[in-house]
Design a binder for this molecule. Structure first.
Ligand code: WT7
Length: 646
């Protein structure tokens, strides 16, 4: 039996959506999606109002997803221009730097002017509608300005997380042939500098990146960085003298807004493509409902713009709603573990959205750093990115929320654009560890091993049986991969890659990925990516990577490595391999464990049996299952004996 936290009646009394509203609206939304989403779509300013609301086929032979197809709009105008009359002087972005003494505020009027100037800058650089622009920036307002400026002129942005390596950046630039890269001299996180511009220079030496004509460099730390003429230009020089007048041109609803690369179970990261109208309808509406948004809220989502959460719930959703959104360029433990709560007090944050990994890391430091701040302004607490363990949930609720603030555990994915399964804080009683109920218009289903849809309480793979406006439209440049990855396993349905349980109350409990994707601190890493980084090291013959339990990160990276003949494993070589992977992919892919494997368990046809390696990494050697189909079952014994988690 799980604990239930009922909805606070005082909260519900003032909430946008109560239980009866939820039930009525949900029923309407799945019974007649066209009518429901036509009405919700009215929340945006359309240059041409859409009349065709939904045109979707999940049939792999004719797969297409189109929403608001004949409508036109400009995303930036929806996030900025339309707020000017009523909210021109309202703060749009609060910037809080890594250094607690650094913060600044931009009103909607100021942000609008900056975006127009940068949109004109992009035009001046020859960037036009449909061109791809890579953004490799810290969490500074210029990141939002660059994204919105692209949206204003119809350029497609591809934000790359600043923690990714030059190689990872190069791969992303090459895959979508970006025309420009927007970066900064350096980033600063937890007091440490990140050499962004130098990484860009490295990336642009890699093959396939010569589509890049211009590198725009924001001066963040002011350190001298190599500037290559005429390619490299400083942001501030380019912006000087640009007009703050840049008419927002209407785009088709299905015009691409951005590409965001994410890891899958095989191959290189995929360019997830999101478009304009449906994405903005969905992110703004979920942001308003899930956080019970009010005009005077100060909203803070701690995610980086390099991830989808930063796109949907730092930039687009909140700004489309005319909200005040906080951009934080720091980390939870710098200068100390009280930082989040100091920022909450400093800016009177009322809606706070973070990841379970951060909650667990803070929980370990005890209550004192939390209690140092009043947190009186808080109203709703959110979590996203990975399953939250009930213990962390309860701590978040009791310590951070003083047992008074509702918690929204929001399940979604890069591919879904916005939140799909979540409590609404004034409507749905919560159970710690459960993302609870589907959002409006979302139809989840759970299938058993044979692909049969289950009824009632059950557990299996999680599918979504019909489209919602924020859904990704394709994999950039590879529609076939889109179909194969998401629509082939269970034809007629979107396969999430997650497992889930549904309880007797119809609540969903996400159990985690069922494919070869590891979720490290809420960030997706493909096992194949880490393996290919490892085998590119001259001393490595073979590698197999699995997820393992990790107290703070949720999942850690566990690598089995077979060295080439004549090499022997040492602690030094382990360090070298860790450094190698960090250099190849980035620090987020750092292996937590490397186990030397004289050989790997393989089937007779040569396929690595990951199931076995997963169980060994999870310290469950008595649950290996049938190993009789292995070419050489004896390899398992030594791997079990030498396992690193016991
Ligand atoms: C994967 C998607 C969506 C923004 C951040 C991650 C896991 C996400 C939850 C949650 C349990 C969750 C899933 C999903 N996940 N939120 N509330 N409870 N699991 O986006 O990098 O695309 O990762 O994160 O496994 O498939 P992403």
């Amino acid at each position: 039996m799980s604990t239930i936290h009922p909805v606070d009646p005082a909260f519900a009394a003032k909430a946008r959506i109560r239980l009866d509203d939820y039930e009525r609206l949900y029923a309407e939304s799945v019974k007649d999606p066209e009518t429901f989403w036509a009405k919700v779509g009215e929340r945006l300013d359309w240059a041409k109002k859409p009349t065709k609301i939904k045109d979707v086929s999940y049939d792999p032979k004719n797969l297409h997803i189109r929403w608001y197809e004949d409508g036109t709009l400009n995303v930036a105008a929806n996030c900025l221009d339309r707020h000017l009359a009523e909210r021109g002087d309202k703060v749009a972005i609060i910037f809080e730097g890594d250094d607690p003494n650094e913060s600044r505020k931009l009103t909607y009027r100021e942000l609008h002017a900056e975006v127009c100037k940068f949109a004109n800058t992009l035009k001046h650089l020859g960037v036009t509608k449909g061109d791809r622009v890579a953004i490799y920036l810290p969490m500074i307002p210029e990141a939002a300005v660059a994204m919105l400026a692209c949206a204003r002129i119809g350029a497609i942005h591809s934000v790359v997380f600043g923690g990714f390596s030059p190689d990872s950046l190069a791969g992303r630039i090459a895959d979508s042939a970006c025309k420009a890269v927007i970066t900064a001299d350096e980033g600063v996180r937890g007091g440490k500098k990140i050499p962004l511009k130098i990484n860009v220079d490295e990336a642009l030496k890699r093959p396939g990146t010569n589509s890049v004509e211009t590198v725009v460099v924001v001066r963040r730390t002011g350190s001298a960085v190599p500037m290559q003429s005429p390619r490299d230009r400083y942001w501030h020089n380019l912006m000087e003298g640009q007009s703050a007048d840049c008419p927002a041109e209407p785009m088709e609803a299905e015009h691409p807004l951005f590409i965001l690369y994410t890891s899958g179970s095989t191959g290189k990261p995929k360019g997830v493509l999101h478009t304009s109208g449906g994405y903005l309808v969905y992110t703004s509406y979920t942001h308003e409902c899930v956080f019970d948004l009010r005009e005077d809220d100060v909203y803070w989502c701690t995610a980086d713009v390099g991830w989808v959460t930063g796109h949907s719930y730092v930039v687009y959703g909140p700004l489309a709603n005319g909200a005040t959104t906080l951009m934080f360029d720091g980390v939870p433990n710098y200068p100390d573990f009280s930082r989040f709560w100091q920022v909450v007090d400093k800016h009177k944050v009322s809606l706070f959205y973070t990841a379970p990994t951060a909650i667990r890391a803070l929980m370990r430091e005890g209550e004192a750093p939390v209690k140092k701040a009043s947190r009186a302004s808080l109203r709703v607490l959110g979590t996203v990115g990975e399953p939250i363990n009930p213990e962390a949930w309860e701590w978040y609720h009791r310590v951070v929320g003083e047992s008074q603030r509702p918690i929204v555990d929001t399940w979604w994915q890069t591919e879904t654009g916005g939140i799909l399964i979540t409590p609404l804080p004034g409507a749905i009683a919560t159970k710690p560890g459960s993302a609870t109920k589907p959002f409006f218009g979302v139809k989840p289903a759970i299938v058993d091993a044979s692909g049969e849809v289950q009824q009632g309480a059950c557990e299996g793979n999680l599918l979504i049986t019909d489209s919602w406006p924020g859904q990704m439209r394709t994999v950039y440049g590879d529609h076939q991969r889109f179909i194969e990855t998401y629509f082939s396993a269970y034809p007629g349905n979107y396969f999430t890659g997650d497992g889930a349980r549904r309880d007797e109350d119809g609540y969903y409990w996400i159990t985690g990925r069922v494919d070869d994707v590891i979720n490290v601190s809420g960030h997706r890493i493909g096992t194949a990516e880490v393996e290919s980084a490892l085998v590119s090291h001259p001393k490595v013959a073979e590698a197999a990577v699995v997820g393992c339990p990790h107290e703070i990160k949720g999942q850690g990276i566990y690598a089995y490595v077979t060295l080439i003949a004549g090499e022997t494993g040492s602690d030094e070589l382990k360090k070298e391999l860790v450094a190698w992977v960090r250099k190849e992919i980035g620090p987020i892919a750092t292996p937590d464990y490397i186990q030397w494997a004289p050989s790997l368990p393989k089937t007779r046809s040569g396929k690595i049996m990951r199931r076995i390696l997963r169980k060994i990494g999870e310290n469950q050697p008595d649950q290996l299952g049938d190993i009789s189909t292995l070419a050489d079952p004896s390899v398992v014994k030594s791997l079990v004996e030498e396992r690193l988690i016991k």
